[in-house]
Design a binder for this molecule. Structure first.
Ligand SMILES: Cc1cc2nc3c(=O)[nH]c(=O)nc-3n(C[C@H](O)[C@H](O)[C@H](O)COP(=O)(O)OP(=O)(O)OC[C@H]3O[C@@H](n4cnc5c(N)ncnc54)[C@H](O)[C@@H]3O)c2cc1C
Length: 379
């Protein structure tokens, strides 16, 4: 059963209908094959871009969809319900265009934003390094000014869409300490930039995650976004929005697991009745449904604050924490509902469980979300 959503406009209802149609026709028929073969679905992001789904929350003056964040996130949730890796890729694309939109000059936006928002230029977000994940300020990759260029040297880690994206929103060191980090927009074909082989991950197999290596790569200085030293605050402001994207993806995964579990529980019989009619299992399903609905409510609450221009950083961390923990619990319980076959690759629920795990880790682990939330409680 499709989720019965409370949507603010006819436009939003049309967008959800469009997304479900694309999910049915484009994503659902190939997701199992591509995830199993660890194959990148060339052209899928372009199709989403052509349908206007890669620019929903950005302003109309830049050819964005001008939609409230609460609508964008529900579209993202629908995509993730069908294919988590594509949901993550869409969310990361939004994350990577945020710095240019929020901190770029008019001239920079005119040059690069239309291509990004149309989905002709797919973005990746490159903050992490092997020794700098939670502690982003410990990053080492260097950007040294030399005339009209920055010379980039060092390595980055864990880049979603690494080697496939068209641009990389890079955070690199131009000085000392946390105020010595700057943000750059790097084209994928920059000389001196190369990528590692895709990580062998637990899930999200269809979209590669790689390292990147900069070896005396000369970048035009006009690709600095914001000012020198502003990088870390740009990175964190992008992550506030990005975490809401991950919360929506997590709810999508949980919803998919719930749907599969409910379907199976209505078909499978033991002791002469459907397993959903055993109260022990019916209550398990009820708890799963309650977890999905309440997780969705937390990301919508944060999104509505963002849409109203209110501070939402704490609420974004709450949403990420609640939604991703719910996804882990609900997907694990979905495997339980299936019994033995749940532990095989014959059903999607085992994939959902593997996919849910990463949502508790990236864009700030859930320990880091608790850090953000507890800091917000201080006087
Ligand atoms: C599939 C995948 C995709 C990713 N995509 C991207 C991407 O596109 N771009 C990007 O920049 N990064 C990306 N990442 C990196 C991701 O954001 C980091 O892995 C994450 O932030 C955690 O960093 P870490 O792995 O270095 O773990 P660490 O920082 O080493 O943490 C290890 C453990 O210690 C805990 N910990 C650390 N510090 C504290 C503390 N102060 N208090 C309590 N606990 C703490 C953590 O919660 C964790 O449990 C991706 C990672 C994966 C696996």
């Amino acid at each position: 059963m499709p989720v019965d959503r409370l949507l603010p406009s006819d436009d939003a209802r049309d967008l959800i209908a469009l997304t479900r149609d694309i999910a049915d026709k484009v994503l659902d028929p190939i997701v199992d094959e591509y995830e199993r073969a660890e194959k990148y679905p060339e052209g899928v992001m372009a199709q989403l871009g052509a349908a206007g789904l890669l620019s929903l929350p950005q302003p109309e003056e830049w050819s964005g969809g001008g939609q409230p964040y609460e609508v964008y996130l529900q579209v993202l949730e629908e995509i993730a319900t069908r294919w988590a890796a594509i949901g993550v890729a869409v969310s990361v694309h939004s994350l990577s265009s945020h710095p240019l939109l929020a901190y770029g000059t008019e001239e920079q936006k005119q040059r690069w934003l239309p291509g990004m928002l149309a989905g002709d230029q797919i973005g990746a977000y490159s903050l992490s390094e092997p020794q700098a994940g939670s502690d982003a300020a410990a990053l080492n990759c260097k950007a040294t000014r030399d005339g009209d260029n920055y010379v980039l040297n060092g390595s980055k880690a864990w880049i979603t869409h690494g080697g496939k994206a068209d641009f990389y929103t890079l955070f690199a060191r131009t000085g000392e300490g946390s105020k010595g980090i700057s943000c750059f927009l790097v084209p994928a074909d920059l000389e001196g930039l190369s990528f590692g082989k895709p990580e062998e991950k637990m899930g999200l197999h269809a979209v590669p995650t790689t390292s990147a290596f900069y070896d005396n790569a000369r970048l035009d200085a006009d690709r600095l976004i914001g000012t020198e030293g502003q990088g870390l605050s740009i990175a964190f402001s992008a992550l506030d929005s990005g975490r809401l994207g991950i919360a929506a993806v997590a709810v999508g995964i949980a919803q998919a697991a719930l749907d599969e579990a409910v379907r199976y529980a209505n078909e499978r019989t033991t002791f002469g009745r459907k397993i959903i009619d055993h109260q022990g299992l019916g209550f398990l399903l009820a708890d799963m449904a309650a977890a999905v609905v309440s997780a969705r409510a937390t990301y919508l609450d944060a999104a509505r604050r963002r849409d109203l221009g209110l501070p939402y950083s704490t609420q974004a961390s709450v949403a990420k924490l609640i939604a991703t923990d719910a996804a882990m619990k609900v997907t694990t319980d979905a495997v339980q509902v299936f019994g033995g076959v749940g532990y095989t690759r014959d059903f999607r629920v085992e994939r959902f469980m593997r996919e849910a795990k990463i949502t508790q880790i990236f864009e700030g682990t859930n320990q880091i979300q608790r850090l953000v939330i507890s800091r917000g409680l201080g006087s």
